[in-house]
Write a protein that binds this ligand. Structure first.
Ligand code: PRP
Ligand code: URA
Length: 209
């Protein structure tokens, strides 16, 4: 069963509260999503392997640690996942970026895939799939299936806000995938929106509503 980690650091919780606020406008919303994604990247990369190298400081020779060149890939789910990319890339600038385009049909709530482009060495990379929202879980599950079908083996999922229903679907469909969240909310409403949630993440990020 994939583990669920709720990254409830005070900075993350503070920023997430302002992200949720209906009175937060597009510019501030975008900025805060970027900041929270960066803070979450700090935790999601905690298990990156290190190796030792020799470094000459101004004072002495020393054996010190650097990240052991692990190949990472980020996969934002379009559109809203794009809002989290820059914050993470600031922390892991060498990561390559794939894209999976999905939208949720408003009637059926089922995901519709319209675009996939991944790094060519997909089998050698560890992937972090990112999307602010894990609601029914349909989009994230379909995105992960899509990248597994193209050869990805080690995948983590990072979302800002999840509903228990979405977590359950992910754990059933992809028990090998660990899930990192800023918050686990109460439930979904009748339209498949997370409660209390933050509304439509894509529309709020891009100012399309
Ligand atoms: C939102 C969100 C997720 C999906 C979550 O995207 O960014 O991708 O819904 O819902 P689910 O867990 O029930 O599948 P949306 O379909 O609104 O597309 P957008 O990112 O283009 O706005
Ligand atoms: N997609 C969103 O953007 N928000 C939700 O609450 C659910 C799905």
């Amino acid at each position: 069963m994939g583990n669920v980690f709720v990254l409830d650091h005070p900075l993350i919780q503070h920023k997430l509260t302002h992200i949720r606020d209906v009175n937060t406008g597009t510019k501030e919303f975008r900025q805060l999503v970027d900041e929270v994604a960066g803070l979450m990247a700090f935790e999601i990369t905690r298990d990156l392997p290190l190796e030792e190298i020799q470094v000459k400081t101004p004072v002495a020779e020393a054996t010190l640690k650097v990240i052991a060149g692990k190949k990472l890939g980020l996969v934002p789910i379009l559109r809203a996942g794009l809002g989290m990319v820059d914050g993470i890339i600031k922390m892991i600038p060498a990561a390559k970026i794939g894209h999976v385009g999905l939208y949720r049909d408003p009637e059926t709530l089922k995901p519709v895939e319209y675009y996939v482009k991944l790094p060519t060495d997909v089998e050698e990379r560890d992937f972090i799939v990112i999307d602010p929202m894990l609601a029914t879980g349909g989009s994230a599950s379909a995105a992960i299936t899509s990248i597994k079908n193209r050869g990805a083996k080690n995948i983590k999922l990072m979302c800002l806000v999840a509903a228990p229903e979405g977590v359950e679907v992910l754990q059933k469909d992809h028990p090998d995938v660990d899930i990192y969240l800023a918050a686990l909310d109460e439930k979904l409403d009748d339209h498949g929106y997370i409660v209390p949630g933050l509304g439509d993440a894509g529309d709020r990020l891009f100012g399309t509503k």
